[in-house]
Write a protein that binds this ligand. Structure first.
Ligand SMILES: [Mn+2]
Length: 359
């Protein structure tokens, strides 16, 4: 198992690469969508939470990330002595009609194919995505974690209607007419995912890229009145069974799984680890379940993170683990301190497993 760090777009610079290296990381997972550019509520330096206007403006619909950009990014990361394991998330500007089954769906599926081919050509092995209409919405922030550290959480259901022009918690059309996006049925949403996988998986196979699905975060049957796909652990199986390819895999988020109301996270690790379909892991801790939960320090929530590491290893998982989110610590560099604490804890856990069982 390998230790990685997730970086947001504004963090893609030499200082952050150096920080990851100093924390003992060998790999990076990067976001190319900018969640902080125009959000009313998101502050760079912490995870995005947003308010009911979401995370602000999506990117340029006519400008796909290019092969040159991807290759340069990988070259810079390699020059810092790190590997680029995955890009995380499509830009809503590039796939809103794939999620909404809108008029530009076919054209956008072709764009996504181009992107996946370029990601493969640049030598980036994984592309993480979250097939969700409302996206990561409805969370709050507060002094929830140990010692009053600021962390994310949820304080009840969030079903305020999704305005036109918005999807995946970002605005792709600021000039959209007033009113709300009609709710899809769960069957319609599963059919949209199936169409996406049927279009993209063969391209991903040819490009040598694994598509990795994040579960719905927060994992509720609806958010903003829109259905969700993977809001219980067993629903990950339904996603895998839609396409048998090893390129149809999971961005396995332990914190989100722990927030789910059914099953348990250890059984989920065993079940999906055994199938060899975990592409990479988000590993954070949490207390409580949806719609009332709090993110915690990695050693402090409901999840026995060391047991998760042991189970991942026992199932033969050899991929990258990143901390996902961490509480903000009281110092001049709250994000860095939170991540360094989580990375140190994970590194010690991984090292002790190696000492017990060999590398
Ligand atoms: Mn996650």
């Amino acid at each position: 198992m390998k230790l990685g760090l997730g970086l947001y777009r504004h963090q893609l610079d030499a200082a952050h690469y150096q920080f990851a290296k100093q924390c003992g990381c060998t790999h990076l997972v990067v976001h190319l969508v900018d969640y902080f550019r125009s959000s009313r509520a998101n502050q760079p330096g912490d995870q995005p939470v947003g308010d009911d206007t979401g995370w602000g403006q999506a990117g340029d619909p006519d400008r796909l990330w290019t092969y040159e950009e991807l290759a340069t990014l990988k070259r810079d990361i390699n020059a810092a002595g790190l590997e680029l394991e995955a890009i995380e998330n499509f830009d809503p500007a590039h796939w809103h009609d794939v999620l909404l089954d809108g008029p530009r769906k076919q054209a956008q599926l072709e764009q996504l194919k181009t992107l996946i081919r370029d990601v493969g050509r640049a030598g980036i092995p994984i592309f993480g995505y979250n097939f969700s209409i409302a996206g990561v919405a409805g969370r709050v922030k507060g002094a929830f974690a140990r010692g009053g550290a600021e962390a994310g959480g949820m304080d009840g259901p969030f079903d305020r209607p999704l305005p036109h022009g918005m999807v995946w918690n970002m605005v792709y059309d600021p000039n959209a007419p007033p009113g709300a996006v009609p709710a899809a049925s769960p069957q319609q949403l599963w059919a949209r995912l199936q169409a996406f996988l049927e279009a993209l998986v063969p391209v991903a196979e040819e490009a040598g890229v694994t598509l990795a699905a994040h579960p719905d975060d927060p994992p509720l049957p609806t958010v903003r009145g829109q259905p969700r796909l993977v809001y219980q652990p067993h629903l990950y199986q339904r996603l895998l069974d839609l396409h048998p390819s090893p390129c149809n895999a999971l961005e396995f988020c332990v914190g989100t799984l722990a927030e789910m109301t059914e099953g348990n996270v250890y059984e989920a690790v065993e079940r999906y680890g055994r199938q060899g379909r975990i592409a990479y892991v988000h590993l954070r801790n949490v207390r409580g379940k949806v719609p009332y939960y709090r993110e915690t320090f990695i050693d402090d929530g409901d999840v026995d993170v060391l047991r998760v590491l042991r189970l991942l290893r026992a199932q033969g998982f050899s991929g990258v683990i990143i901390p996902d989110h961490a509480p903000q610590m009281a110092c001049a560099a709250p994000w860095h301190a939170g991540m360094a604490f989580a990375l140190g804890y994970l590194r010690a856990g991984m090292r002790s497993l190696e000492q017990e069982n060999g590398p």
